[in-house]
Design a protein around this ligand. Structure first.
Ligand SMILES: Cc1ncc(COP(=O)(O)O)c(C=O)c1O
Length: 388
């Protein structure tokens, strides 16, 4: 006799519009069709073996129990020292730096800490896909302001027009995923002036802070005292040290904001894996890895862009990150998602449609590649793309 299925309660979705992300879809399609996966943003090469050794050493020394809630003190100190050395602002490692489970958890905790039901949060489209659901979970409303099509520069008049008394926060991201643009000092100063009369908190997603090219400087909010005073800076060790799967990052913010951030963090993950924190702290004692990262990725960017010259894809400018956008209008007039699916299954190279980063699915015939890959991976991708 077959048992009657037991009823599972129906829940009303907190995130009814969320499905499987395009990154997961394209990665699965890439695997299924043996495509070179330039879709999802992660390196296909390993990290420095000394970093693995430092983590193994921490494990062997028995550093395997809960660390302090805000993170291992040595790592918080290393973060504070790095920010001070690079951007000239000293965060107190005791009260202003918190180690998180990657940038993703830091952004969620930041949003949950500052956004109340009914609040508005300005996000600049195209943007990373976690911002909008995070805002929805907090009961807030995402106010989408597009970056200027073509240049992807912030559209300050439109941002100004979107500020209301309900604006609680604004999320910014430079170097920018997916457009690979980098905000200038003048743009940061303009943002500071725009927010001066408001109470808006800035959540500054700086996960690509060490991937800025051609001598430009990363304009962290930490460089601008007025912005630093109203900002939660988020970064990711995963991106910087080629260990995206470790999911360790941090949030730095003035003490009052950090205190609220930690209230959420404490009852969200409470703490982040201990040996990784010790290992990263030891590795950071030598800053050469992050100081050499721009040259490392610039060489990959230049190699990939030189290869793209041999194709009918038009490379857009790439000032930072490990993403390269291309205009494919000379090749196809398919909508972006269809083009990327076709590129993956028929040409054997996976890419991400830019429309996936827009709330309204805005179409520009642009696809995003990740060039954070081995040189042979990039060469194989170019060989295939040359056939277009
Ligand atoms: C703009 C941006 N923010 C945040 C993240 C997430 O970083 P993490 O892996 O540390 O959670 C990513 C990863 O792709 C990203 O591109």
């Amino acid at each position: 006799m077959s048992a009657m299925p037991l009823p599972t309660p129906l829940v009303e979705s907190r995130l009814p519009n969320v499905g499987t992300t395009i990154f997961t879809v394209m990665s699965a399609l890439a695997t299924e069709h043996g495509a070179v996966n330039l879709g999802q943003g992660f390196p296909d090469f390993d990290c420095d073996p000394r970093l693995v050794a430092a983590v193994a050493d921490a494990m062997q020394r028995g550093l395997n129990q809960y660390p302090p809630m805000a993170g291992v003190p040595a790592l918080r100190e290393a973060v504070a020292a790095k920010i001070e050395a690079l951007y000239g602002h000293r965060y107190d490692p005791g009260s202003e730096v918190t180690i998180t489970a990657g940038a993703t958890q830091a952004i969620l905790s930041a949003i949950l800490a500052v956004v109340h039901p009914g609040d508005e949060v300005i996000v600049l489209d195209p943007c990373y896909d976690s911002y909008e659901p995070n805002i929805a979970l907090a009961g807030g409303t995402a106010v989408h302001v597009p970056l200027v099509p073509g240049t992807f520069e912030p559209d300050f008049p439109r941002i100004a027009a979107s500020l209301t008394p309900r604006t609680r926060a604004m999320v910014i991201n430079s170097p920018h995923n997916p457009s690979a643009t980098v905000w200038s000092q003048a743009q940061m100063e303009r943002l500071a002036a725009l927010l001066r009369p408001t109470d808006a908190v800035v959540i500054s997603d700086e996960v690509y802070e060490h991937m800025v090219f051609d001598g430009a400087l990363h304009q962290s909010v930490a460089r601008f005292p007025e912005l630093a005073a109203r900002s939660i800076v988020v970064s990711s060790f995963g991106k910087t040290y080629h260990v995206t799967g470790w999911k360790v990052g941090y949030a730095a913010a003035p003490a009052a904001l950090s205190a609220e951030f930690r209230k959420v963090h404490q009852f969200n993950v409470f703490t982040v894996n201990t040996p990784m924190q010790h290992g990263i702290a030891a590795f950071m004692a030598d800053p050469s890895h992050h100081l050499e990262l721009p040259a490392f990725y610039r060489a990959k960017r230049d190699r990939f862009r030189a290869g793209l010259e041999k194709t009918r894809l038009r490379a857009l400018p790439c000032q930072g990150t490990y993403f390269q956008c291309v205009d494919y209008s000379a090749v196809s007039d398919k909508p972006e998602a269809d083009f990327c699916r076709w590129l993956t299954t028929e040409i054997g190279v996976a890419a991400i449609p830019l429309s996936a980063f827009y709330a309204d699915g805005f179409e520009q015939r642009i696809a995003r590649f990740c060039f954070g890959k081995k040189d042979e991976t990039l060469a194989l991708a170019i060989e295939r793309l040359a056939a277009l």
